[in-house]
Design a protein around this ligand. Sequence first.
Ligand SMILES: [Zn+2]
Length: 257
Amino acid sequence: MTLEEYERHLVGQLCWRCHQATHQNSARQRQCPSCRAKWSYHRRKTEWELLRAFALSTTAHHAARVVRCSYPTAYAAYTRFRLTLQAMTDEEKRPLLGALERDESYFGGKRKGKRGRGAGGKVPVFGILERAGRVYTVAVPNCSKETLMAKIQAATVKGSVFYTDEFASYNDVQSHGKHVPINHQETFGVGAAHINGIEGFWSYAKRLYRHVHGVEPGNFPLYLAEYEFRYNHRGEHLMTLLYNRLIRAAAPTQTQP
Ligand SMILES: [Zn+2]
């Protein structure tokens, strides 16, 4: 299905449930002549425009102004999109293997001065990047050896090669695979001994997160899953992926070929 067809679905020229062409009943209310499904034209059109704004990494605040809807409407739609991406991220997860880059980073926090490890108000995030494939991220309560090892064992295949920073938490990873610690000064830019991939992901995710204000601590994993999905599908059309999924969720009676 093309995006033009998607748009016809969403603005109500095609029935969102049975995909038959519909006629206009009124400016507000549409009803499908075949399956009698009803929907509001304006609500669907607003949602379509919010979806486009979300795909372009616009904030909910900015999207509300551009689409001319209330902020709660935009925020509710954005939350729905993020929950969808989180579900898709969870479904895609599989053990990582081969050459892996592992690193930790800290998101958010308003306190100035103290930066990096142990800085106040920041969320520690643990990440693994598979050189040949995707990135895996998880928000962690702390970066202790036990916490990180549990995540590593759950997310990776034993016997992989782990490129890491030279932090103590990684020292006993030898039981799970080959460990290659990187000394930034000595090995900068030398061969395969780098963690440029995962560092690239951190800067990508933080660039997006910088524009988001006032995330509840409990909601942070939702944002993280969004960045992980966006990064893992960065060569693809996010709007198509997301809309495909939303149409399926909205029309559970429709069987996919
Ligand atoms: Zn219909």
